[in-house]
Every structure is written in C-alpha cells, then in structure tokens.
Design a protein around this ligand. Sequence first.
Ligand code: FES
Length: 239
Amino acid sequence: MKRREFTRICSTMVAAAAGVAPVAFANDKQSYKKALLFSDSNERLTAASLVVGEPYVFFYPYISTPCFLIDLGVPANRSELADNSGESYEWVGGVGPNNSIVAYSAICSHKMSHPAKEISFINYRHDPISFYSRDGKSEKRAQLISCCSERSVYDPIDGARVLGGPAPQPLAAIALEYDDTTGDLHATGSYGGDMYDRFFDKFGFRAAMEHKVNDPRQLVADKTELQKLSDYSGQTIKC
Ligand code: FES
C-alpha cells in the first residue's frame, strides 16, 4: 500500500473515532493546533450561519497569517494539485452540510499580496469576472479568488488551482474539520505550498504592528476569530 493511501485511511479512522465528519484531512497535511472558528458578535458561529458567497477572514496557523473561509454554495470535490516544486498533493474538498465550505491561505503565491487592515487586493468574487487564462484566452467565470495586484486568479472549487496570471502555485489550503452535531468548524492544519516563511521575511515587521504583538510567528492557540473580509479590511479591491 502506498504511503499516501495508508495516510488517508488512517486519517479517516481517526475522524470516525472522534465522532466528527466529514473531515478535511489531507495526506500531505502539516498539522497545527486545532482551532475553533468563532465570531465575537455574540452569535454562535456554525457552518449554517455563514452567508453563501461572502468571503470571511481568519488567522491561522499563525496569529498574523490571513486565510479565507468561503461557503461557495456548491460542493467542492477532492482534486490533485502540485506546488511550485512539482510536488503533488491531494486537496480533500469542501466540508459542511453540502461540502461547500473551503478555506485557503489568503497570501497570494505570486508576491504575497494579502488582506491588511487598510486594504485587500486579493478577494473572492462570487459574481462572474473576466480574466485571461494561462494560455491567454479571455474567460468569464464566477466563484473565483482574484488577486488584483497582478491579476492572478485561483479556483476555490478546485483546491485554489491557478487559472490565470503569474501565480506559480495554488494558494495553500487550510484543513477544516466540521462537526455535524454542533455545526462547529475547526482549522486543523495547512497543506500545499505555503508562503509563511517568505511572508514573515517580507511582512513580519508590519504584521507585528498590525496585530500589536512582538512575535507575528506566534501560533494560534485553540480558537481564532472569523470576520467578514469587508469588516477586516477598510477597502477591498475588486477586479
Ligand atoms: S501578488 Fe497576487 S498576482 Fe501578484
């Protein structure tokens, strides 16, 4: 049995034993501390309370590394991708009642544009947008993550695969765990080509100031706040 297949089976068994399902474990997952996604609006945050098509932001696995959480409104199925080095990995698809909830690092794999408090050039577009595919064809499609810095376009239904622009690899995926008895969502890890070290090298100082911490590489503890991108960033650029 291949290591990949063995790991997948083990992950499924662990999930079943814990009484939670379905579980977005990836065979190539880098595990971090399991963190509950919560809202500070006094409302209990559950998968059912998410607004379909609304991009949310949370920070994981570090307190200063932003991620998107999106209910796409349609199921997102498992797929095979490759990172910048050609290493392949399997994205396990969406979670939630309709397998439509996905999470990705919101750090663009091109030059690391990401949501900041003042502005975000990277955004999720539930409505159709026009873009140029990697082979130069003009395309129009909805449900895309679009980075307006240099027009990289990612497909969140397909593991954030790059559809257009200069991005060299998909956005790193965030592993989610959905509890179908409570509706709770947890982040449990990250997989694919992440940009965390490069992000800290380039933006660590600013991230520390933005989050009012000495160490932006501090890992998230047991919970992390989820908020609408439009509430977190003062200006969200759409293209
Ligand atoms: S930083 Fe996103 S396309 Fe350049």
